[in-house]
Ligand binder design. Sequence first.
Ligand code: LLP
Length: 421
Amino acid sequence: QHCFSKADDGFLYCEGLKVQEVLDYVEKRPFYLYSKPQISRNVKAYHEALEGLDYIIGYAIKANNNLKILEHLRQNGCGAVLVSGNELRLALRAGFDPTRCIFNGNGKLLEDLVLAAKAGVFINVDSEFDLENIVTAARIAETKVNVLLRINPDVDPQVHAYVATGNKNSKFGIRNEKLQWFLDEVKAYPTELKLVGVHCHLGSTITKVDIFRDAAELMVKFIDQIRAEGFEIKYLNIGGGLGIDYHHTGAVLPTPMDLINTVRALVVSRDVKLIIEPGRSLIANTCCFVNRVTGVKTNGTKNFVVIDGSMAELIRPSLYGAYQHIELISPPSPSAENSTFDVVGPVCESADFLGKDRDLPTPAKGTGLVVHDAGAYCMSMASTYNLKMRPPEYWVDENNNVAKIRHGEKFEDHLKFFEDL
Ligand code: LLP
């Protein structure tokens, strides 16, 4: 069951609600529309996949940091994965249990590490200097920090270079030839550090689960090696990264069940608690970015649908050449001809496109148009370029009621940065 689908009447629905009705009801600007039940269903798929194991689902807050969504994920049994002090503050605000939160990053700041140490979250060690900072943070916070070593496994995730993280030349993690140094170092700081696990994260948009098994096989070898040194390793964190069906071709992609099944035996064999860090696969498909068509034009050999949303609100196509499915939310008029269009925004550069070469019925001005799978890394990466203020967010709940879950940014918000200067 998927939350956004076209019904026989030719209209797009979010759960039981016509997206057109939402469009008519909200303020006249682009907005993000989520399905709250789809978020629950996505989490449930992970809980079902993980049944019988001891586990933490650490939702990667960077994918989407809407406070209402975070509270909902927490209520559905998620922990959280954080990459900054502010994400940690937000997680605490959303009520996440700190002992189910993990602080990641290759450049964690000392002040944020102190906050993390005080909160009692797990901290992943990324480098020599990071370890030094964690020791300092533990002393300042007067506490012992539970750490995991982030291993750089050199497994190729076969994804866009910008979202690959587990290759040996990436900036993330510790290479195995340095492992002994880290073990000795942890032993040297028994008051500050407790080594409880190992972590790896291969990359994002991964669509082959074998890759996770390759990594998990390496990771259990590290666990064996580290245990042989007398450490009590309790956690295996295999990161996030499961891809989703952005192309809507009906291709069968691996599910959370497929992912967990490829690593389950390894996890059981080493008697560890499994930590996973999904972002995209929990939230991407729960949302559409909803726009209005401003007009249609032709230049040279190109046809353009110009919409009110842009790369400012949704940058993935511009930044990664990412494909996100686009469709009109209402049935086309009988006279509308199909053409191939670039779907572009009003921002003043040619990188400003949401989709290229899309086959669409020629839309009338004001027609609603959605960019699918916009729940992950869209709003959280939005900017105010060209002073396009960040859009409001809404969700449709179990009773097909729509509610605002984030205010849209206003021009006045921009002026606030200059008050009293
Ligand atoms: N854990 C770590 C350590 C990560 O770096 C990430 C994502 C995740 C978990 C969650 O990965 P996911 O399950 O969402 O794939 N902006 C890019 C994606 C960047 C991913 C960064 N790290 C995009 O729009 O595709």
